[in-house]
Design a protein. Structure first.
Lengths: 247, 55
């Protein structure tokens, strides 16, 4: 019950607006430290891969951006479901805030994947299950944003795009398990495996730092965009006028 | 060379450095875009507030 009360309190726009502002420095400062360490170590200090040589260093960008593309979309779909089921409008605001960030990291994932594929597979692109399902994710992001922009009325835009976000969630497990379900050109999971990570710690630690750093960066960008979404949605609200008059 | 990078990376350099450059572009682009979105929202709210207080 206490958790439910806390959840409802946090889901109110004034609380969320303030919490998002408070959290921002707690996201971007550790994100920069972890990314500085992870990217520098991954690029200059980690040893070469015995098969892929230096080309494997793209993993420090590619794998975290793939993770962010899935994380942002899953969060969007869950937030949309919460907004539809419990009529918590903040869910729509969060989904709208995450869409452009998730889309940009999906593009980064696809392009870095192509740049990795060229020297390893001899081709920038293959109609492989993993690559194709990730491309579908980009189309889902694009569709979500286009759908939002297509409506003048915010409530209709929220509702319609939320349905698309929820339906598109089915693509997330397809992306994750595509290398297991189909005979894929893409390599299998390197970090999350039953037998443990298939990397030495000198390669793995900077990669994990990049994963956490990029996730915190996503949270930071989401906070800024969520605050902007709240401002636009609540511009007529008295709490916002009081807040702006005092600042 | 077993440890660390061969700074030129042979033919791989363009792909690896290209990926890192692209990542920087995406991060900076995201930051600028988010800040612009935030400033636009603040401007709209302040404009509304000013209109509401006009005699």
């Amino acid at each position: 019950m206490a958790l439910w009360t806390w959840f409802h309190r946090l889901a109110s726009p004034p609380s969320c607006f303030r919490v998002a502002k408070t959290l921002q420095p707690w996201f971007w400062v550790p994100a920069l430290v972890l990314l500085g360490y992870g990217l520098f170590t991954g690029l200059f200090i980690a040893p070469k891969d015995y098969q892929q040589g230096d080309a494997y260093r793209i993993i420090y960008i590619h794998a975290p951006s793939a993770w962010l593309s899935l994380l942002a979309y899953s969060t969007m779909a869950i937030a949309s479901a919460i907004a539809i089921i419990w009529r918590i409008k903040l869910g729509h605001a969060l989904a709208a805030a995450l869409a452009p960030i998730g889309a940009s990291f999906t593009v980064l994932c696809l392009v870095t994947g192509s740049l990795w594929g060229r020297p390893m597979w001899g081709a920038y692109w293959a109609w492989d299950a993993r690559l194709t399902s990730e491309l579908i994710l980009l189309f889902l992001y694009a569709g979500y944003m286009a759908l939002r922009a297509a409506f003048d009325e915010l409530e209709r835009a929220d509702r319609t795009s939320a349905i698309l976000a929820m339906v598109g969630l089915i693509n997330v497990p397809v992306i994750h398990y595509s290398v297991v379900w189909w005979n894929s050109l893409h390599q299998g999971s390197t970090v999350i495996r039953a037998a443990g990570p298939a990397m030495p710690s000198s390669m793995l630690v900077p990669l994990l730092a990049c994963f956490v750093g990029f996730t915190l960066l996503l949270a930071y960008f989401a906070c800024i965009r969520l605050r902007a979404e709240i401002l636009l949605r609540e511009r007529a609200a008295s709490w916002l006028n009081e807040l702006l008059e005092t600042t | 060379m077993d440890g660390g990078i061969d700074i030129h990376m042979g033919s791989y350099g363009v792909y690896v450095y290209g990926s890192y450059a692209l990542m920087l572009l995406v991060v900076i682009g995201n930051w600028l875009s988010a800040r612009r979105h935030e400033r636009r929202a603040q401007r709209q709210v302040k404009a509304r507030l000013t209109r509401a207080h006009r005699p």
